[in-house]
Write a protein that binds this ligand. Structure first.
Ligand code: CMP
Length: 139
């Protein structure tokens, strides 16, 4: 089934000028980038986006990191896009990520792990709506 998922290319990757290389992995996997914008995430946006992690010990560090440099927010479309993108990203901790995945190739640590992808179709819809309107997405 054709789905849409939400992706963020994180500050560690934009700082190292890896946007194009990350996008190449995404496109080579058959996912289409149907919306994309480079933004400086605000403190309020990052706090809201990671609200589910508010009680975790790394929440403050995570919000600081996500606002430390520009990010690229994206909508990816394709067959089974949510699960497929999670496969393409690899494990959260790059030390455990499979060969060829974005995190294995580029991530620096569990915190600075280059990309985010939605963990369910329901969350994908909520996350896309935080950053894009329907008119921004051209499938
Ligand atoms: P992400 O998929 O964006 O969702 C939550 C993020 O929290 C996760 O990727 C990691 O970047 C971050 N995270 C998870 N565990 C840790 C940790 N132990 N220390 C710092 N950041 C973490």
């Amino acid at each position: 089934m054709t789905e849409r998922t939400f992706s963020i290319i994180k500050p560690d990757a934009t700082r190292r000028n890896l946007t194009g290389k990350v996008n190449a992995v995404i496109e080579d996997a058959g996912l289409r980038i149907v919306a994309q914008r480079r933004i400086q995430m605000t403190d309020a946006q990052a706090k809201k986006f990671y609200e589910v992690h508010a009680e975790r010990p790394f929440y403050g560090e995570l919000v600081d990191f996500m606002t430390s440099a520009p990010v690229v927010v994206q909508v990816l479309e394709g067959d089974n896009a949510v699960a497929k993108y999670r496969e393409v990203m690899g494990a959260t901790n790059p030390a455990q990520a499979a060969d060829g995945t974005i995190r294995k190739l580029y991530a620096e640590s569990v915190g600075e792990n280059s990309v985010h992808g939605s963990d369910s179709l329901e969350n994908a819809k909520l996350e896309i709506a935080q950053f894009f309107t329907d008119a921004d997405i051209v499938g």
